[in-house]
Structures are given as C-alpha cells and as structure tokens.
Design a protein around this ligand. Structure first.
Ligand code: GLN
Length: 311
C-alpha cells in the first residue's frame, strides 16, 4: 500500500532537487511554446485511490502536445480493438525522432507507433467519425474523460501550430500515398494539430496516468473510460516510444512507461498504483523536458517503483 506521507515527501524532494536545474531550451518551432516562461515547474502524483499530491505550479495550464497521442490511441483501441491498431498503425519503436520521415521510408510508409507524429496523424484519421467536428470532439472528450473536464483547446496555440505545421502536413500526404491514411489527409492533420493544442495542468496529466494505472477508471471521477484490456497495450506503446528516441534510456534508467510532449509535460505510470506527472518547458535535444524527466524519475526512485524490479 502506498504511504501518502512518504509520497508527499518524495514529491517535495523531487521538486526541490530538480525543478530549477540548468540545461535545455523551450521548443521554438511552435512560436507559442517559445514564449512560455522557462522557469515554470511542477510535479504531481495522482493515485488509483484518488489521492492528489503536488509541488510547484501544479495548476498552471500548459500545452499537451504529444501526450495527446496517448488519449487518441486509447480512443482507437476502444473503437477498433488491439489487432486493428497493430496492423494499421503498429507496435514497434522507430528509434528515430518523433517527426521522422526516414522512419516511414524505412518501413514501407507504415508509421510503426501511434506515439510518433506519423502514427498519431494516422491514428487521428482512424478514429470513427462522420465529420471533422465529430472526430475532434471525440478526441477532446477522451482527453477530458482520462484527465479532467477542464481540458480545452487554446485558440492561440492552435493558430500558432496550424500556421507552422507544414512538416506534419507532408507526413499526412506520405501516409496517404502509402495507404496508411484513413480519412482526408488534411482533415487528419487539422484534428491532430488541435489535439496537440489543448491546455492542461500537471495534476490533470497525473490523473490521465492514474486512469491508465487503474485499468481504465478515472480515480477522481470514478468513471470507467477504457476497457481494462486496453490499458496494457497503451502502456506497452508508451514503453516503446513514449520518450521517442530516448525511450530505451528511459526504460533502462526509470523502468516505467512514460510519455512526453514538447510543451514540457511528462507522464509516467506505475500500474496499479499511480500516475506521476511533471511540467517544465526546457527540452533536451530529443524533445523531452530536462527537469520533468528528473522530477518524475526522482519520485519513482524515492518510492521504489520500477516495473522490472517486480513487486
Ligand atoms: N504538435 C507537436 C508536433 O506535431 C507535438 C510534438 C511533440 O510533442 N513531440 O510537432
């Protein structure tokens, strides 16, 4: 049983130790993100029992970015089941940057993972919907059900991303030409860009992790939002590609499924126990939050969690 007092101390210690370490830089290929104050930082835990522990600016709303891919994957598994996702998107690491075109080229245009841009754009296109608006609303609803009803689109961030996403548009057309695009490519890219442009707090991100940790029940709303058989698939995909081309290093050093975004957010999941989330904008070269990785890893280490250790 997780000791709440120890968890509070672990979160506090992780924040004190790592929330202001040097290194990294804000993402600047999306203008909105370049302007976020780089010294903001937070760390939060939400347990499967519904306990919430946090330190720092845990109510600050930041850009979800790539972490949205986890929610869209969840929706896809609910819509289609695991075999369709494996066949049409994939369940492998690319070993390449998150927006790599070379990774597509090397595999006949198959994206391999729903957690890189190509796989996420293909995933967005596969969500069951009759219109662009329905596609978007279903994805937003999943973010809200897994995280919180407060999660919403930032019109300013969306505009900033939509006006600079030519690389992702190119990826959408490459997917189309290879037979891995399941709606109009520009509709998929539009909705994918919106799903990256929602804002959430570190506590809401940790809640998403807790929903995955509890086999699909959001511990704060008590609502079952995912079938229990789908959460292990999501966690496996996170292990393989959640931190892009440093997912291997993360598994090796931390030993928990994780997911990061270029907005500075990062999430790790301790199955059966909790979600651990952090936010701090400066990123390393791969696109993962420098301080966020350290804060999440510290909480896991202090509390003794690593999947490969066993119970
Ligand atoms: N919206 C960003 C993009 O598509 C998300 C990337 C990320 O967080 N790694 O480039």
């Amino acid at each position: 049983m997780l000791d709440l007092q120890k968890t509070k101390l672990a979160v506090e210690q992780a924040y004190q130790q790592f929330s202001q370490i040097p290194g990294g830089a804000n993402a600047d290929y999306i203008p909105f993100l370049a302007n976020i104050p780089g010294n903001l930082a937070a760390v939060a835990v939400v347990t499967t029992r519904g306990d919430v522990v946090s330190a720092g600016e845990a109510q600050y709303r930041f850009a979800i970015e790539s972490i949205s891919k986890v929610c869209t994957l969840a929706l896809l598994l609910e819509d289609w089941g695991s075999e369709v996702v494996q066949e049409k998107i994939g369940a492998e690491a690319t070993g390449m940057p998150f927006n790599s075109v070379m990774a597509l080229d090397l595999h006949g245009g198959k994206p391999l993972s729903p957690l890189v841009n190509a796989g996420a754009i293909a995933s967005t296109s596969l969500v069951k919907a009759h219109s662009v608006e329905e596609r978007w609303q279903r994805i937003l609803l999943m973010q809200r059900q897994m995280g919180s009803g407060q999660i919403a689109l930032s019109a300013e961030l969306n505009e900033s991303e939509q006006s600079t996403n030519s690389h992702n548009r190119a990826i959408a057309w490459l997917l189309h030409s290879a037979g891995y695009m399941y709606c109009d490519p520009m509709e998929a890219c539009d909705v994918y860009t919106r799903q990256c442009s929602t804002l959430l707090t570190t506590v809401e991100l940790a809640t998403m992790g807790a929903t995955l940790a509890s086999g699909g029940i959001n511990p704060l709303t008590k609502e079952r939002v995912l079938k229990p058989e789908n959460t292990p698939r999501i966690l496996a995909e996170m292990t393989m590609e959640g931190l892009y081309d440093s997912s291997g290093d993360w598994a090796y050093t931390v030993g928990l499924p994780g997911k990061s975004g270029v907005g500075g957010g990062i999430l790790a999941v301790v199955p059966g126990v909790m979600g651990i989330a952090a936010f701090a904008p400066p990123l390393d070269k791969v696109g993962n939050s420098v301080r966020g990785q350290k804060m999440v890893a510290a909480v896991a280490k202090i509390l003794g969690f690593n999947l490969y250790k066993g119970a």
